[in-house]
Each structure stands twice: as C-alpha cells, then as structure tokens.
Design a protein around this ligand. Structure first.
Ligand code: HEM
Length: 492
C-alpha cells in the first residue's frame, strides 16, 4: 500500500541520480554530510562512487564533482545553467553579503558586476598598470618582516589589505591602526564566523527571517543586524573615500576611479560599482593571505626548494636590486614555485554552484536547484594528475627529460565557468611578487627553541577559505647587501 501511494505521488525521474551513500527516509543523507574538512569525505565518495556523486538532505540535492574533467564538462561547458548560487538566509540575506558578487544570483546584475571586473582586472595585461603598486607594497612587506619577523601572518594580512584597498579604491593604508584595515578585519571575522550555510536554523527554515527581533529565540536577528551594519560600512567607507578623491580631482588610478572616468553614474550603476569593488576587496583580502602564508610554510619545510629558487634569482637578478615583474619571464623555477603554492595548499578547497534548470548530465538526473560542489582540494591532490601530491615539488611543472609538465593548478584552484575567480590575475601577481622578493633577501628556516628544532605541522584549517595552521619560523636577511636592499627607499 505504502509503495503504491509513493508511486502515485512521486514524479518519475527522467534518469537516475548519480551514485552516492544511501540515505534514510525523509531526512536523506543528513548524517552523511561532513562538517569538518568536507573535502576529505568527498574524496572518499569519489573513490567509491566515481567522479560524480550525489546525496540529498531534506529534499535538497547535492552533487559532488571529483575531477577537473567532470567540473569542466558540467560547469564550463554548460555554464549558462550551472552558474547560479544558492540563497543563504542568514549570511546572505540578513547579514547583507547577498550584495557581494560571490553570493549574487545568476542574472543581469551579476553580469554587470562581472563586466566591470573583467574590464579592469580581467587579464594579465590589464594588471600591468598596477605592477608598481604591487612592487611597492611587496617591498614595504619586506621592511615589516625585517623589523618584526615574529609577526609574519599579521604583515601578510596588512599587505593583502593594503594592495586591495589601493587597487580597488586608490586608498593608501597607514602603517598602524588604519581605520579601513580594521573594518576589513571585522567584516572578515564575522564572515568567517557566521558566513557558512547551516550555522543558523533560519538557513533551513527561511520563513524565520520574518520573525521580529524581540521574539523569543530570535537573537540571531539582532546579531544579523549588527553584522549587516559592519558589512555596509565596509563597502561604503572606502567607496565614499574614492568618490571624494575623484570629485577633488586627486584620485589615483583604481578600480573605482576607472569606472567613474569621464562620466556620471546612475544610482544603479553606483550600486554596482560600490558592491563590485566591495566584492573584490572582500574576495581578495583573505585568500592571498592563505597562499602567501603557505609559501613561508613551504620554505620553512623544504630548504632545498628555497635554495634552488634563490640560486635562480641570484643568477638572473643579481644582488644589487630586488626582483620586479620585468624579471618574471626569466625565472621559470620561481614561476613553477608559484604554481606549486596554489596547488599544495588549496586556498578554496570547495566551491558551490547551483543549477537553474533540470539537466541530464552524463546519463544522470541533476534536478533544478541542485547544489554542485566541485572538490577542488582533490583535483589539486589527485595522484593520477600529480605524482606524490603531498610533496611540495615545483619541478613537477617544468618539462624535464622528455616528460611533460604536470597540469597547471590554475585550471582548478580558481573555480569554474562564469563564476571563475575574477581576481585570479591579481592573486597570481601578488603571490609571485611576494615569493620572488622574499626569496631574494630572506632565508626562511625552522626555529630552534631550547636547542630543539621545531618542525611546523601541516594541518590546514577547515572552512571556506583554508589557512595553514599558525606556525613559527625564523626569517633573516640573507646578507648585509640584502639587509641594505630591504632598507632602501625605492620609488615605484
Ligand atoms: C590565491 C588566491 C585566490 C584563490 C585560490 C581564489 C579562488 C576563488 C574561487 C575558487 C572562487 C569561486 C569560483 C567558483 O565559484 O567556481 C572565487 C571567487 C571569487 N574570487 Fe577569488 N581567489 C583568490 C583570490 C582572489 C582575489 C585576489 C580577488 C579579488 C581581487 C578575488 C575575488 C573573488 C570574487 C569577487 C569571487 C566571486 C566570483 C563570483 O561569484 O562570480 N579572489 N575565488
């Protein structure tokens, strides 16, 4: 009887769902969904069920992709239907992040955001204008590290904020206690803490968003309002700064000043400029921090790699100046090292797309609204693509003894289709210049405490942006000449 009723009320699927762990009636795979380092569980599913696996939770379909090929076939080739994002009631709607590009639903406003970014930061050539800023900020970073080497992570963070604030708004940060750096920090902290889907019941029961703040149990509404004030402030304050500078005719070249060039914007255009700048600024603040920190981790752990890279820089650049972007094409080992940083530590291990139409993919039924989760971590650690994936080995990217170089990680680490990271060229440039300049003047090594050498642990954090576990290392100027180079006041 129950079977018959089920048959009558269940629409027949046009094809089977992709394979995956069996769920329970009603709640589905609620208990199978991993919360800590989900990429490891997803990797297991890949082993068991193949490149495309599926679970469902309370009627929501989730599809996990475990190969670059499956992600490209679905998210790149069918990008017109696989580029949406899921609505996240707490962090998106209530805390205000739905105004940023990462959360925007696929549609007209999204296309305008992307167009702006593409126009200003869309290719390596467009970024050439910003190279002097990148070089100047990387040099300031060296000075900070030399002065206080034990505060490496804080310097990396400060530098990343300085670069995005300068590039997006033409804003020069102060060395200490900069009000905008502080706002970025608060906005990022609240995002990391409350941002992920499912932290609050309202994510599963969206009607709760309408409950008034005074209602018993509605504390999340007050929290959301306070967070929203910070989100709005973080987008508005630097934007107003840039506008004032433009009005006064003293704005340097930046993302905002380029979009304002010789024209008055409509209210909608202003909204788009303000929030697309805010999106770049939030998307670019924490990600490169993780990548640059993992560069220092790798240099601490793998002294041979460091020595090879330094030898290349010494031979090509010499001891009398710092490396610059003009040297990039002549430093193949440092280039390979930059790729290995992006591969070895997956900064964004998993992303989330959503599909806007029912689709049959590879013989499987992918219903409209399904969440698609490409397991980028595994794509960068797949032993079929990368020999000994846990090893930090830039040489894998250099053609040697007739062997082809291994696949460029940038095919996977920046995401897919129409959602591909719009900051990828900027990220790539920031990582390269930080690595090249640091290698030129510093020796990074393990610290010795009470006669014992401390080997940092490799244990990246869980979360949507994964960071290396905080570690100690020793950073010293390589020579007196290097010391002097760092101290120099270069004009960029
Ligand atoms: C190592 C550095 C970085 C990595 C690994 C990275 C990776 C990613 C990934 C995987 C996505 C999601 C793509 C998808 O959904 O398929 C993304 C989106 C995004 N990234 Fe990055 N990113 C980095 C740096 C940056 C920088 C420097 C900026 C800004 C200047 C930036 C701005 C953004 C924005 C605005 C989005 C949302 C795009 C959208 O939803 O359409 N990212 N990034």
């Amino acid at each position: 009887g129950v079977y018959l009723v089920k048959q009558i009320f269940t629409k027949k699927n046009p094809a089977p769902y992709p394979p995956g762990p069996r769920g329970l009636p009603l709640v589905g795979n609620l208990r199978d969904m991993p919360h800590v380092k989900p990429w490891l569980t997803f990797t297991e599913w890949g082993r068991k069920y193949g490149d495309i696996s599926h679970i469902s939770i309370l009627g929501m379909h989730i599809v996990v992709l475990n190969s670059v090929k499956s992600a490209e076939e679905m998210l790149d080739k069918k990008s017109s239907i696989y580029s949406d994002r899921m609505v996240v009631p707490m962090s998106g709607e209530l805390m205000g992040y739905s105004q940023t590009m990462g959360y925007l639903r696929y549609g007209e406003r999204f296309r305008l955001f992307r167009k702006n970014c593409h126009h200003i930061f869309g290719n390596r050539a467009a970024l050439v204008d910003y190279h002097p800023v990148e070089e100047m900020e990387a040099h300031r970073f060296l000075k900070r590290v030399l002065a206080k080497p034990d505060q490496l992570q804080a310097h990396i963070r400060h530098t990343a904020s300085a670069i995005v604030l300068r590039l997006c708004y033409g804003y020069e940060v102060k060395e200490h206690d900069d009000p905008l750096v502080n706002i970025v920090k608060r906005a990022l902290e609240q995002f990391c803490r409350y941002g992920p889907f499912g932290e609050f019941m309202v994510d599963f029961l969206p009607f709760l968003a309408k409950v008034p703040e005074w209602f018993p149990g509605a504390g999340f509404k007050r929290l959301a309002r306070e967070c929203r004030e910070i989100t709005e402030e973080a987008a508005a304050t630097p934007y107003i700064f840039a506008k004032d500078q433009i009005a006064a005719g003293i704005a340097p070249k930046s993302f905002v000043s380029d979009l304002f060039k010789d024209r008055t914007l409509t209210a909608e255009e202003e909204y788009v400029v303000k929030w697309s700048a805010g999106s770049l600024f939030s998307g670019g603040s924490d990600t490169t921090v993780s990548a640059n920190y993992s560069f220092f981790l790798a240099m601490t752990l793998f002294p041979d790699v460091q020595k090879k890279a330094q030898a290349e820089i010494d031979a090509v650049v010499g001891p009398n100046r710092l490396p610059s972007f003009a040297d990039r094409a002549f430093l193949p080992y440092v280039e390979a090292l930059t790729k290995e940083i992006l591969r070895w530590n997956a900064v964004v291990p998993i992303v989330e797309h959503s599909v806007t139409e029912d689709n049959i993919h590879d013989g499987y039924y992918i219903p409209k609204g399904s969440l698609i989760l490409p397991n980028i971590w595994f794509m960068l650690n797949d032993p079929q693509t990368y020999t000994n994936p846990s090893e930090f080995n830039p040489e894998r990217f250099l053609a040697k003894d007739g062997n082809e170089p291994e696949a460029d990680p940038r095919r996977a680490c920046f995401g897919f289709g129409r959602r591909l990271c719009p900051g990828l060229h900027l990220a790539d440039a920031s990582i390269w210049i930080c690595a090249a300049m640091s290698l030129a003047v510093f020796d990074v090594s393990k610290v010795v405490e009470n006669g014992v050498e401390i080997t940092p642990e490799i244990d990246p954090s869980s979360g949507s942006i994964s960071h290396p576990k905080p570690f100690k290392c020793s950073i010293k100027a390589r020579s007196e000449k290097a010391f002097a180079l760092i101290q120099e006041d270069t004009v960029y």
